[in-house]
Structure formats: C-alpha cells, structure tokens
Design a protein around this ligand. Structure first.
Ligand code: DC
Length: 239
C-alpha cells in the first residue's frame, strides 16, 4: 500500500518554520518546498532588473518569467542560477511585502506550488509505516499553505513563537552566515519582523492566518529537535 501525506506548515517570520520543515522532510524522506523562497526569488529578480516593487503589472510580468526550482533540499535556483544565499539578505526582506501582496504574483506562485506538491518526485522516498504502507509526501512551509494552497493537506501546523525569541533567532542566523547588515541589532530585526508580520496578517490576498483545522505549536521554549519530534508524532498519530 502507498499513501500520499502532505504537511502544511505556516506561521510568522522567524518562527522556526523553515528549519523545522527542512529537517522534518529529511527525516521522513519527503520533499520540501519553501514557498517563502519563491517570493524572495521574485523580489531578487525585480531588484536585479530594476523593476519597481510597487509597479504591480511589471512585478507580475517578472514573476511569470521567473523559473524557480528546488534542485535539492534547501537549494533554490532562479533562471538557472543558485540564489540560495542571495535571497536571504535584508535588502530582499525590505522589499518583499508589496510583492507578496501582489495578487498576480500570488496566483502564479500558487499554481506552481500546487503543481510541485503533486509532482511526486522520485527523490521523495518516504518511509515504511508498520511494515506495509509506504508513506510518501511533501512538507511545504509559508503563510497560506494550510488556508489557500493545500486546504486539504493531511496535516496542518501553525507555528508561533514569542517576538523577541524570533528576533534573536533571526539575528543568530544572519550572524552565522555573515549576512548581518551594518549596525544591525536584535532590536532593529524585531522592528522589521513586527512590520512584516503586520503586513502579512493584514493584506487583502491570502493573509497569514491559522487554518481552523491546524494544530498550533508554540516553539518559544523548544529546540529544533523538539519541534521536529512534535510534528513527526502528529504524522504518526494521523496514519
Ligand atoms: O518565510 P519567509 O521569511 O522566507 O517569507 C518571505 C516573505 O514572503 C514573507 O514576508 C511573506 C511572504 N510569503 C507569503 O506571503 N506567502 C507564503 N506562502 C510564503 C511567504
């Protein structure tokens, strides 16, 4: 027997979604799709091509022409170039909100995200459950995965974490990659995160919102391993 199992993980910025989702995918042998990376890649393309991020029509055109791929776990390609690091800078984050609230961009990326979740890539080995059922699937993280992209996902998790904890995590992540901007502090990051959360929560299209049937997971006091283990258990409980 074989079963498809899709896991939607949503939550605010720096809540630990991506790290958790990636490790979970690795552990279960599932595919991993980082939907935020797709919005970041479109933002990068606009900045590189000098497209004003507030010019909705031009931004939409740019999104339509962007070829975004996930060649391996955690790697992102834009138009054939590895942009895994280039999409993680503060400059991208500062310009992303108008792009993420552009309905044309969301429609294009939503189609691609749904197609990716159906792709059933041979690299998604999955795992054998109770010696008889091969469980294969995908973990997708973002803001609207459980509500809009995969409303019928087999498991939906909404991750939350204290704002200060999130700012410190993001600071540590940027510092470890030597990607901290000049004079960037935890306070400045906290402000940025608060502004981005507000923009994500209040935008008209696909706002950040917990799906009614999502399980809320507060990671403020959890290690990454604990977060992964908690979601893994939810998967087994649903099989
Ligand atoms: O998860 P992240 O920080 O990489 O996301 C970057 C931005 O993209 C974030 O500000 C909101 C947006 N985003 C979105 O609107 N919908 C998604 N499904 C994922 C990300």
């Amino acid at each position: 027997m074989s079963r498809l199992f899709r896991i939607a993980i949503d939550g605010p910025a720096a809540s630990g979604k991506s790290t958790t989702a990636k490790l979970l995918a690795k552990k279960l042998g599932f595919g991993y799709i980082d939907s935020g990376a797709m919005y970041r890649a479109v933002t990068l393309k606009c900045l590189e091509q000098g497209v004003q991020v507030t010019n909705d029509a031009k931004v939409k055109q740019t999104a339509n022409s962007a070829q975004i791929r996930f060649p391996s776990l955690g790697k992102v390609e834009l138009d054939g170039q590895d942009v895994s690091d280039a999409i993680r800078t503060s400059r991208i984050v500062q310009n992303i909100s108008p792009i993420a609230s552009n309905p044309g961009v969301r429609a294009t990326l939503a189609n691609q995200q749904r197609a990716l979740a159906r792709a059933n890539d041979p690299a998604w080995r999955g795992f054998l459950f109770k010696q008889s059922t091969q469980v294969r699937g995908v973990v997708m993280d973002g803001r609207d995965i459980g509500t809009v992209i995969l409303p019928d996902a087999e498991l939906k998790v909404f991750i939350v974490a204290d704002a200060r904890v999130r700012a410190q995590r993001r600071f540590d992540e940027l510092a470890s990659k030597n990607a901290l901007g000049e004079g960037e502090t935890v306070d400045a990051i906290a402000k940025d995160l608060a502004a981005r959360d507000e923009a994500d929560r209040t935008r008209a299209v696909s706002p950040l919102k917990k799906a009614e049937d999502a399980v809320e997971l507060d990671t403020s006091d959890k290690t990454i391993d604990e977060q992964v283990a908690a979601i893994e258990q939810m998967v087994y409980d649903r099989l």
